[in-house]
Design a protein around this ligand. Sequence first.
Ligand SMILES: [Zn+2]
Length: 394
Amino acid sequence: MTTTLIDRIGLLYTGDPEREELADAALVVEDGLVAWTGPAAQAPDADRRVDAGGRAVIPGFVDSHAHLVFAGDRTAEFQARMSGEPYTGGGIRTTVAATRGASDAELAARASGLVREMLAQGTTTVEIKSGYGLSVEDERRSLEIASGLTQETTFLGAHVVPAGTDADSYVRLVAGDMLRACAPHARWVDVFCERGAFDGDQTREILTAGLNTGLGARVHANQLTEGPGVRIACELGAASADHCTHLTDADVDALASSGTVATLLPGAEFSTRSPYPDARRLIDAGATVALATDCNPGSSYTSSMAFCVALAVREMRMTPLEAVRAATYGGARALRRTDVGWLKAGARADLVVLDAPSYVHLAYRPGVPLVHQVFRAGLLLEEDAQNPSSVVVL
Ligand SMILES: [Zn+2]
């Protein structure tokens, strides 16, 4: 049993609503868990001491929405869109063709590369969806690859209807054989509920089948237009309704009065040059808000939670505190996790030492690499990487 004291923390953002911020703080890690937080002057002894040198410390980011199992490249689509063409979601099929043609090893190498890229930027928990296979075997292997990288795996067979397939028979396949093949590798089931993807009835059918198999539900809802996605998510007790860009008053009320987290993905609006979701309206109504990257090759190819925090502050009128809370505590709520996303005694010691005196710098200094050190379960990333038995499981 070894203990580590992280001392001389200029500002500690704990994420614990009972004591969210602490100046001149220290934190003790024991066996990979947070054992103590408090004023540096009262810090107990420990086996080793890490001097934070007055820097800020935050919980590791919890990126609760990412699509990392894919092949191919959509630079040209982005370039075209930035030249004035609208985003319609049709480009997903381009990635599906490339993904189906890639080997397991190629898919795993790309996904683990992105997870390492995220880790280096302070993301210590990430959710990974399937959704670029869209056949029983390609969805199954996507989830098998994802489950080697994270426990937060999501079956998104209902991403789009694959080309040349009838929508009703595809929904039956997703809710039947595909779900049965994928469920052993998945914790969640998700549906892209949107005009051009899946309508309300189809969404309900697939989510209900997933829930009956023991998976939790999450929904891509109200991204491009108003629609039934958010209401279905709240009705079915989904952990999260993701995007939430086009909401009616009834949608906002439903989110505020249910346990469903509103997960906002400003990287998608940034990369598709679209209007941002109204975070203020959701927060002021009392909804729990999460921020995530939506990292995917089409509509948001960023792996940076810090970038999303900066966008949320500048473009969505979230305060820096609300944004960092949404990127840590909010993400954990969206995954129904209480062991990550905050630094209270008993939580996993996943934390980021920022090269800045305050988390505010994440938005104040956008685009600047501010990550000084990342600890995962109490181990510095570099120490973790030297452990040959360590696989990237977040
Ligand atoms: Zn998504």
